[in-house]
Write a protein that binds this ligand. Structure first.
Ligand code: CO
Length: 134
């Protein structure tokens, strides 16, 4: 079912500072910030030769990463995103095996304009998993 790692996401309290850290200290290529109100985050992508790192800052009062940052005030690894060829087929197979899909179970359009879903971390070794159809 799983293809490549599309990205690893890190929740950060201060996107400008995190961007500066990756751009200047780590010498990485970093995109401009992109506000995603539907997902409650502003995102910057760190572009690497084999994958991407997504830096996430809360956007709005009901950001899904607010509780995570309350527990991890300096930030931390938030989720890993795996590519799938058919997200609806993947969802159906996962639900049939008892895995929980977050939200209403319908794919949403993610930061790359492609459908995404999130899987419950308690079903996957304490790790929030995002699936993205490529
Ligand atoms: Co993501």
């Amino acid at each position: 079912m799983l293809g490549r790692v599309n990205h690893v996401a890190i929740a950060v309290p201060d996107l400008a500072s995190a961007t500066q850290s990756y751009r200047t200290t780590l010498g990485a290529t970093v995109t401009e910030p992109q506000a995603l109100p539907e997902h409650g985050v502003t995102v910057v992508f760190v572009t690497l030769p084999n994958t991407k790192v997504e830096l996430l800052e809360p956007l709005g009062d009901t950001s899904p990463i607010a509780a995570f940052l309350a527990k991890n005030p300096s930030g931390g690894m938030h989720h890993i995103c795996y590519e799938v060829e058919d997200i609806v087929a993947a969802r159906d197979a996962l639900q049939a095996s008892g895995a929980r899909v977050l939200g209403d179970g319908e794919p949403k359009i993610g930061a790359h304009g492609k459908p995404v879903l999130f899987l419950h971390p308690k079903d996957f070794q304490g790790t929030l998993i995002e699936l993205e159809q490529v």
